[in-house]
Every structure is written in structure tokens, then in C-alpha cells.
Design a protein around this ligand. Sequence first.
Ligand SMILES: [Zn+2]
Length: 233
Amino acid sequence: MRAIEAILDILYPPLCHACERRIHAHDVLCPDCVAGLHPWPQTREQSLLHLASLHHVCDATMMSVGFEYDEECALEPCIRAMKYRQLYSVGLWLGRLLGERLHDAPILEGTPVLVPVPLHQVKRRERGYNQAAYLARGVAAECGIELREYLLRRTRYTASLSASKMKQEQRRESIRNAFVADDAGLRQVRGRPVIVIDDLITTGATMSECVHALTAAGVTDVRLLSLARPPRH
Ligand SMILES: [Zn+2]
């Protein structure tokens, strides 16, 4: 097995997704590119600022973001690889990178469970996997928190938000009531905070619909977690 890995390493040397420098196998970014990222603070004050800047009414109690995002940053090629090039292992690695930022963060207080923003099953079949679920697996492994992959279900198929040129209101309308919570699953985690995780939060339209589905099902403490968010939105 080792020999095969060594040969693959020579044939397809692992390269940093951002700067294409040689990296260790199983890594995604080189140490310099990781060091060049801009982490968001993990404080209650920043959480309030994030929540206040969402464009949509949202009953989340806390919001935590790993890193600042723009199209020049080293995360951009990683997110693209994870979403469009079938590289789900990138999602796991990014989840661990995010998890490293969260060890003493308020968002992990109170034995929360983690749930990824779901894809509609048709889109999941098209893409083959849900990138947010791999991100969630990485965070769960790094932080030792419980992952409940199917606590939320997407009932409406919507066009890819990032690819579409829909206006904000149209986007909102296209995902209104798009999610439902799994009542049986929720009964098993009753009383615990639920953290919803996605790769990017901009306006918060998708997240606020997830929060709506969970609070409608009786969850009183829903928190939001995102790998990245633009500094201005
Ligand atoms: Zn690099």
C-alpha cells in the first residue's frame, strides 16, 4: 500500500490548491497559504455582529465563521474543488481547519449537535455527495461533537444559487420553506443546541430557512456555523 502511495505521489504530486506548491499528501493548502487566511474572531461580540448583518430575519442564537472570504483568497479554489470537482476529501480537510478555530469558541458550549445544510436528493445524486456534510464531518472529528447528518431535509429543488443570476428577493422566494426537520431525529437530541453548518454564508437566506425549519419543530437554540464569509456583505 505504501509503495502504491509513493508511486502515486511521484505521478501526481500533491499540490497546494491555491499556489500549486508541493504539499504533504492529504493536505489541501500549503502552510503559507493557511497562514495567509484571515480568521474571523470567535467571540460573542463578533457573533452578534454577524447575526445583525444578515439580510434576513433569523432566530439563530449564535453565529460563528471561520475565515474571511473573497475571490482572491486561498479558500476560493478549495471551495470550488469541493463543490464542482468531486473532491469531497477537500471538504473533510476544510472542516478540520475550521474545527481548529473552534476549540474554545462559545458556539460549542452546551453539547451541541451538528447538522449540515442539506442538498435536495436530486442535486445530491447529480453531485454525488453533499459538500456541507463533508465539512461537518471534518468539524465533528476535530472538535469531538456529534454529527446528525439527516436532521434537516430539503424538500424543494432549487437552481444553484451561486450560479444563478436571481435577484435577492427571487432567491429568497425560491428557498422559502425549502427545508423540514426530522421529528424522530430531533426527539433523540431534545434540549440540545443545534448547529447548522454550510461552506459560505453571504446574505443568510438559506441559513434562515434552516433555522425556521428547526425552530418550527421545537428547537429553541439554533446556531449557525460557516467556513467563510465575505468581510462586507
Ligand atoms: Zn499554497
